[in-house]
Write a protein that binds this ligand. Structure first.
Ligand SMILES: Nc1ncnc2c1ncn2[C@@H]1O[C@H](COP(=O)(O)OP(=O)(O)OP(=O)(O)O)[C@@H](O)[C@H]1O
Length: 329
């Protein structure tokens, strides 16, 4: 079991008590913009993470997730706006000692053994977890004497996440923690994270995978093109991004355009968040939260269609529809 008792010798503990307000908001991001040459990786982002939250940052490749974490952990600085970690500059050691991070790429020294590296990292903190307990929580006990160079990719990921928690952080930032893990390893890791969270650790986790965010997060922040597109409870946000993709051909395509033509009738359907026409095939792609209702509506409205196909929309498609909502708003 994890003993998460705080000690008064811990740097930051006294400050945290004095600055109770900051303790309630471990991460405060205000109007932050970060560019890489011409690329705007983050565009005027404002976001707070409150104590005890488990927040999923969801977005496609290049959305800005890693950049956001790098600003919160003090690895990079914003071009504009402010970032506060426990009410302080993220480069301040008093704030950083309360933070655990797992970057996307983990460079572990190949010749060190798993137990040695865990002890080495834990030794940098004033009140670390006992190494045996840490390894056990992450299913690494049997690998304690293995050199990290001999670990599989999935085992390395698990070790990297374990190391992020070695110092009993108050906040952990995990960048795609389960990439490359098989299903069992993923579940070990999710269970361990849930256990830490239930003991009061605030967690921010990035992912491309809706499934991962659904398994872990209570609050979901959807990021794309450096913008926060949605921020809400898991239920709300998943409801918005878990779309179905309905593809069909129209019998009367190619007729005179007008309000009664096939494509215009598709646009008039309720529950369609986005319609596209594949230029190669001429087939129409409709994104909707409820495919059954949409098909019923097509039939009721007498729209002449054939070759209907229904499947889950990709997250990229869902993000596109969110982007449109944003623009419309
Ligand atoms: N060091 C860098 N130099 C130049 N451009 C960068 C750098 N880091 C990030 N970018 C660019 O900033 C944008 C945001 O990248 P970022 O890595 O934050 O996205 P991400 O959401 O974490 O993506 P992924 O899921 O692929 O890791 C991208 O367009 C990326 O190419």
């Amino acid at each position: 079991m994890i003993d998460h008792v705080r000690t008064s010798t811990r740097p930051g503990a006294g400050d945290a008590l004095r600055a109770g307000r900051d303790d309630d908001v471990p991460v405060r991001v205000r109007g932050v913009t970060r560019r890489f040459d011409a690329t705007v990786a983050l565009d005027d982002v404002t976001l707070d993470v409150h104590r005890g939250e488990i927040v999923g940052l969801l977005g496609p490749n290049g959305a800005g997730k890693t950049t956001l974490l790098s600003l919160v952990s003090g690895v990079r600085r914003p071009d504009a706006g402010t970032v506060r970690l426990f009410g302080r500059d993220p480069r301040d050691a008093v704030a950083r000692v309360r933070l655990g991070t797992t970057p996307q790429e983990t460079g572990l020294p190949a010749t060190l053994r798993v137990g040695e590296i865990a002890a080495f990292v834990a030794g940098h903190y004033p009140d670390p977890m006992p190494v045996g307990e840490l390894l056990e929580t992450f299913g690494l006990t049997d690998l304690a004497r293995r050199q990290t160079g001999g670990l599989s990719g999935g085992q390395k990921r698990r070790l990297a996440v374990a190391l992020a928690l070695a110092g009993r952080p108050d906040l952990v930032l995990l960048d795609e923690p389960t990439t490359g893990l098989d299903v069992d390893a993923r579940h070990v890791l999710w269970d361990a994270l849930r256990e830490f969270h239930s003991r009061g650790v605030t967690v921010v986790v990035t992912s491309h995978y809706l499934e991962e965010i659904e398994a872990l997060a209570e609050r979901v922040v959807v990021v794309d093109h450096g913008l926060v597109l949605a921020d809400g409870t898991l239920r709300d946000v998943v409801g918005r991004v878990a779309l179905r993709r309905v593809t069909l051909s129209l019998d009367d395509d190619g007729g005179a355009p007008g309000a009664s033509s096939g494509p215009a009738r598709l646009d008039a359907l309720t529950g369609v968040v986005r319609r596209d026409t594949d230029p190669a095939t001429g087939r129409h792609v409709l994104l909707t939260p409820d495919a059954d209702a949409l098909v019923r509506e097509l039939v009721t409205a007498g729209v002449p269609f054939h070759d209907l196909e229904v499947r889950s929309a990709s997250l990229e498609e869902a993000f596109l529809s969110l982007t449109r909502e944003e623009v419309a708003a």
